[in-house]
Ligand binder design. Structure first.
Ligand code: HEC
Ligand code: HEC
Length: 230
């Protein structure tokens, strides 16, 4: 079961996130839950608060099917934070709620899904320009997301390490406010360092929220839509 979970996460990491779409099928499946959750986290990162509302609202109203007996508390937790994301007044609150959503997924899986340990996909190709740097950011954040949802310690740490190591000079970002760009970029990397020091789903979910709020802040300041690479 665990292998199945991991494979589903890997294959959907691209398809589900690339569209950022919410599932429209009437009967929820665990896969549609993954799609919706991925839609929430992609919209937050892109700085698109309106894009958060539909998939988060869907998650708040649909329970995953065929759940093991006794797992209702995890569903309630998931739905509580999905509703918060759907009603969030700003990206920071939506980001925090997204971390808690991933935590709820992971805690239920940890309690009920058993199986082999996930194998990490290869690292992202690195490059010096902003786009390549962002592909690296996206790879790192996706690993950390998997770290929470599967949950998988190895993925969390690999993502955090990758984030810590990437450096982008602020001049490379064509932003009006270079100081803010510099601050936000450093903050992302600093969170990568901090992320390696914390254990426990709750502390990690909080850092994850802070991190994607930082991505969102910079993207929102750009004042234009950015291309989606995942
Ligand atoms: C209340 C418990 C619970 C919650 C909450 C939960 N899951 Fe699951 N999930 C399961 C169980 C149990 C399985 C194994 C199902 C099986 O193999 O039949 C599973 C399997 C999966 C799979 C493997 C695909 C499949 O259909 O078997 C994916 C992907 C997945 N979950 C994603 C998520 C995501 C993303 C969230 C949070 C938005 C989430 N799950 C929340 C219990 C939960
Ligand atoms: C300092 C500002 C800044 C921060 C912080 C930032 N980004 Fe970006 N991001 C940009 C800019 C600028 C672009 C547009 C690049 C372009 O189109 O040339 C971009 C584009 C992207 C893209 C699209 C890449 C492409 O194909 O052009 C992704 C994905 C992305 N960022 C992910 C992230 C993630 C994940 C984080 C947080 C860990 C993050 N970014 C943090 C400035 C930032």
């Amino acid at each position: 079961m665990r292998r199945q979970l991991w494979m589903a996460l890997c294959s959907l990491a691209f398809a589900g996130c690339a569209t950022g779409s919410s599932p429209d099928r009437p009967d929820p499946t665990m896969t549609s839950h993954f799609d919706a959750a991925a839609g929430v986290h992609t919209a937050v990162i892109l700085g698109d608060l309106d894009g958060v509302r539909t998939p988060a609202g869907w998650l708040a109203e649909h329970a995953p099917p065929d759940l093991p007996e006794g797992s209702e508390a995890f569903v309630a937790e998931l739905q509580k934070y999905a509703a918060r994301a759907a009603d969030a007044r700003n990206l920071e609150d939506a980001a925090y709620a997204t971390g808690r959503i991933a935590q709820a997924c992971g805690e239920c899986h940890q309690a009920y899904v058993r199986g082999p340990v996930p194998v990490l996909p290869p690292g992202a190709a690195s490059g010096d320009d902003v786009a390549a740097h962002m592909v690296g950011h996206a790879w790192a954040v996706r690993r950390m997301w998997e770290g929470l949802v599967v949950p998988a310690d190895e993925s969390w740490m690999a993502g955090a390490r990758a984030l810590e190591c990437q450096r982008l000079p602020p001049e490379a970002v064509a932003a009006d406010d270079l100081e803010a760009a510099d601050y936000l970029e450093k903050r992302c990397h600093g969170l990568g360092s901090r992320a390696q020091l914390v254990s426990g789903a709750s502390a990690r979910a909080r850092i994850y929220g802070e991190l994607i709020a930082t991505c969102a802040d910079c993207h929102q300041r750009l004042g234009r839509k950015i291309a989606v690479v995942w």
